[in-house]
Design a protein around this ligand. Structure first.
Ligand SMILES: NC(=O)c1ccc[n+]([C@@H]2O[C@H](COP(=O)([O-])OP(=O)(O)OC[C@H]3O[C@@H](n4cnc5c(N)ncnc54)[C@H](OP(=O)(O)O)[C@@H]3O)[C@@H](O)[C@H]2O)c1
Length: 355
């Protein structure tokens, strides 16, 4: 089987499509003929050797895909050969074949094409888990999404709307802001493609606060102390950008706001905790895949919610580019240079008659 192989960390140009030995599913694993693979920021981190998951070399990049089940390993009960599936895997999906743990696969709805399915799992699963399970985003609350024109960002915009929030999308280019509006954002904030100096950070906080007119809530009174007015600012902020964007965004959080950190595309966030303390804020860090190992069985249930939203037209990944497997390096370069907006899909096999 052909696969993109990474033999040294760092240089995207060194990625090559090579002939590799065919795969055999082990116990609990499912072997899938990959039709399309989604490109995620985590793939870039893996190839650059910056991933917390520390993959061994040589390795096949790629963390999600859609295709057809070829074979199942011992003990697999949820899947059968011939099924159309999508899923997330740490074994490498930029390949003609990939192995998945059975709990990280789901059967596609009949009306979902392979390219959509290839980019449906990671972003939507992360956004739903962050906003619904962790931040408990409620209908009518105000959500800010940083990096809203990227894969996880656009999914968060749509999940936020599906949960009934008012969504403010922030991104660095006009194109990304336009995409976020098209995916349902109520308003957009265009920020500079930093790193941001102190002055630019202060200006960003002011700009973000201007989009978060928060109703005059009263914080609950305790004992004889009369209730105090809640501060202006967002109820929930979802941040996959990090770097110099996190602290100015944190300063735009409202009273008892929830700050969700899902990643650091612009570099590790280093923040002062003062702004969080004075807002009684929750800072929540999100890694749903780690939770799946502790709470097996949760992902299949969550996927049904995501499929329902897809059926209702509330959650549809916005694919902006489709490239052949051979151009995996170019796809990752678009993410590295911040030039990607929406989703990039690699096609491996043309899905017979279903695309
Ligand atoms: N915790 C999890 O389980 C999980 C799951 C999925 C994704 N993530 C994280 O979520 C973030 C988004 O992932 P994604 O797959 O959606 O990636 P993506 O489509 O490439 O989006 C990343 C966004 O980050 C922004 N960005 C800011 N500075 C950047 C820089 N120096 N280089 C590249 N992008 C930069 C860009 O938006 P602007 O130009 O508008 O700022 C870009 O659209 C990443 O941090 C990723 O690691 C985490």
């Amino acid at each position: 089987m052909r696969a993109v192989v990474c033999r040294s960390f760092g240089a995207l140009e060194a990625l090559r499509v090579e002939e590799c030995p065919p795969l055999e599913p082990g116990p609990g694993q499912v072997l899938v003929q990959v039709h399309a693979a989604g490109v995620n920021f985590t793939d870039l981190l893996a190839v650059e050797g910056r991933s917390q998951l520390k993959r061994q070399l040589p390795m096949i990049p790629g963390a999600e895909a859609a295709g057809i089940v070829l074979a199942v390993g011992a003990g697999v009960s949820r899947h059968r050969p011939g099924e159309r599936v999508l899923g997330c895997s740490t074994h490498g999906t930029f390949a003609e074949q990939a192995l998945f743990a059975e709990e990280e696969l789901a059967c596609l709805p009949d009306d979902m094409d392979m390219r959509t399915a290839a980019v449906f799992y990671i972003a939507a699963m992360t956004a739903r888990y962050a906003l619904q399970d962790r931040a408990r985003l409620a209908s009518g609350e105000i959500l800010l999404v940083l990096g809203a024109g990227g894969g996880a960002g656009l999914a968060a915009v749509q999940v936020g709307k599906a949960l009934g929030a008012r969504v403010i999308a922030a991104a660095s280019s006009r194109e990304k802001c336009t995409l976020a509006l098209a995916q349902g954002a109520d308003e957009v904030v265009r920020y500079a493609a930093g790193p941001l100096n102190l002055e630019a950070q202060k200006a960003l906080t002011t700009e973000l606060l201007a989009h978060a007119p928060r109703p005059k809530e009263k914080a609950q009174s305790i004992g004889t102390i009369s209730s105090v007015p809640a501060s202006a600012g967002y109820h929930v902020i979802l941040d996959g950008v990090g770097g110099t964007y996190t602290e100015p965004a944190l300063r735009a959080l409202g009273w008892e706001g929830r700050y969700l950190s899902i990643g650091f595309a612009a570099g590790m966030a280093r923040i002062a905790l003062g702004p969080a303390l004075f807002r009684n804020a929750d800072i929540l860090c999100i890694q749903p895949s780690a939770d799946e190992h502790r709470l097996p069985g949760r992902n299949p249930h969550a996927m049904q919610t995501l499929f329902d939203w897809h059926r209702q037209g509330k959650l549809t990944p916005r694919i902006t580019q489709t490239l052949p497997l051979e151009q995996a390096a170019q796809a990752l370069k678009l993410l590295r240079t911040r030039a990607a907006s929406g989703r990039i899909v690699l096609t491996i096999l043309r899905a017979q008659g279903r695309e």
